[in-house]
Design a binder for this molecule. Sequence first.
Ligand SMILES: CC(C)(COP(=O)(O)OP(=O)(O)OC[C@H]1O[C@@H](n2cnc3c(N)ncnc32)[C@H](O)[C@@H]1OP(=O)(O)O)[C@@H](O)C(=O)NCCC(=O)NCCS
Length: 185
Amino acid sequence: MKTAVRVRTATPADARAIAGIHVETWQAAYAGIVPDSYLVNMTVPRVLQHWRAILDDPNNIETVLVAEAHPRGERRRIVAFGSCGPERTSRLGYGGEVYTLYVSPDWQGEGTGGQLFADLLARVHKEGGKTAVVWVLAENPARFFYEHMGGQAVAHRRTPFAGEPLRETAYAWPDLAGWLAQMRG
Ligand SMILES: CC(C)(COP(=O)(O)OP(=O)(O)OC[C@H]1O[C@@H](n2cnc3c(N)ncnc32)[C@H](O)[C@@H]1OP(=O)(O)O)[C@@H](O)C(=O)NCCC(=O)NCCS
């Protein structure tokens, strides 16, 4: 790993850094998967509005975590973020859902995503969720990351992006307590 990252709860002051990583990772990871017209319209100011609305609202049910790195000789900066909360559709009957997980491209493959994902599932569990789910674009190689983290494919759906229906797969963790105990060794 390049340097240890510290995971903490996001504050409203983190909205800009989160929006920057959100746009950067979508445009890098989803080119050729999500229609170009959708990605071109995904600008930092637009995405910033979304995150400001969440982080400025003290009653929001979405928990947002950031991973901060402080490389030697450089300033501290946010290199990844993720969010979770109750299952959004309630249709699958899982206690919690990981809504987002994005690691800045130059920090991927360094252990950050795995650490942040475990912290998100720990947060779901702390809030009373015994099970969790995450929806991933079926063509996104990140789905193998979720398989590697023990997720089981349990459902499929089509979601429109710029009018184009894209296939998504749901991965589930049916026993969060057991999974967390195993992760903590
Ligand atoms: C997917 C993502 C979150 C993973 O984060 P990361 O920091 O790159 O992953 P880590 O380095 O923490 O990897 C943790 C483990 O998962 C494995 N892994 C990571 N990406 C993987 C992949 N695409 N396929 C299979 N295994 C993968 C690693 O080998 C590692 O295994 P180990 O613990 O046995 O050594 C990150 O690459 C990312 O943000 N990708 C682009 C955006 C995206 O698609 N996000 C998911 C949206 S649903």
